[in-house]
Design a protein around this ligand. Sequence first.
Ligand SMILES: [Mn+2]
Length: 407
Amino acid sequence: MLLPAILALFFVRVNAHASHRSDEFYPQAKTFQQHLGMDVVDVSTEPWTSKYGPQFDLGYTGPLSFSHLPYSRCLDDGVARFDIGLLGMPFDTTTSFRPGARFGPFAIRSGSRRQGTDRGTLAWGTSPGELGAALLDCGDVPVSAMDNAKAIDQMEAAYSTLLGRPVHGGTTAAYKPSTAAFALDGVEHPRIVTLGGDHTIVLPILRALNKVYGPVSVIHFDAHLDTWAPPPFATGQERISHGSFFAIAAEEGLLTNTSVHAGIRCQMHGIEDIEHDDSVGFQVISTDDIDDYGIRKVIQKIRERIEDRPVYLSLDIDVVDPGLAPATGTPEPGGWTTREVKRILRGLAGLNFIGADIVEVAPAYDNADVTGIAAADIVYDFLAMMQLDSPPQPHGGPFSESDLAHQ
Ligand SMILES: [Mn+2]
């Protein structure tokens, strides 16, 4: 019986206090500023734009697109034109160990927020934006998380849809067409940088590319071979995993036999793994080759392997040491540094890239966003690498040719 009485008393007091406050703080209906003796500002004479200029997004604000690029749902929007599109494939249901790469596109875009594609670096000597390709974030493919066969078909359909779009044709005079010379129809096709997703996304991508270019070479940055033969007794769907998709692609005739791995250091079942890898069409550059032969030789060997063929680049973030990129499904200690990977990518500029991806970023395992930031930085490098005719020279500064370290 006591409680309702206490509550009733409380409400009476609160209401009385409220009306009392109103009278005390707003006598004669003055504004709050007037009451405090402040000058009254007529906001109509000082709109934001005349006082501070246009509204813009800060590095940490605004809707999330890659590096604040324009964003379009390109699968629907047949009007938006681009030369290089960024496309998320949030798929992770063929992962063998730690899942979570469906959040990769989000983590990479989030990691890119402080970047600008119109900003250059000393290492590149230019910026992706200056090189002329119209860049557009094409959003994410809404893939099924429940039906892998459907999801793989959805990714192929999405990639084919974008490959079939007319290109923008460049935003500056620096733009150069790059794919018509290799396309079976002789027409210039857009290029796509895909944000994975687990590594299986490359199978539907290669299927889509095959329809435009025929079989292609692949440069594959990864700690793992990803050419493993599907396990015995696997169902048709189980055969396709993020460790077998290159073997499936070779079965389907999507690859030339002139592909190359870079950064391999995984445990293997035996020499038969390497023999099978060879039959899928890959040459192996191991993680340790960078110490034994030097980074320039690593670059040279990749370039010699690919020559002037159309080439697709796929980079599994686990090629980077897990200390520098921990957020991935199958981490392998002893990897390349982010700096080494970035330097090799610069050395590949001028090859005939028809597309690229970065996969296996699983941000649930990240610390302080380091993996998402590293992945975004690598995507920035892709955008420059895919447009330049040749690798950039060392920046110079106080150094001359004779100061170059020889390896
Ligand atoms: Mn992989």
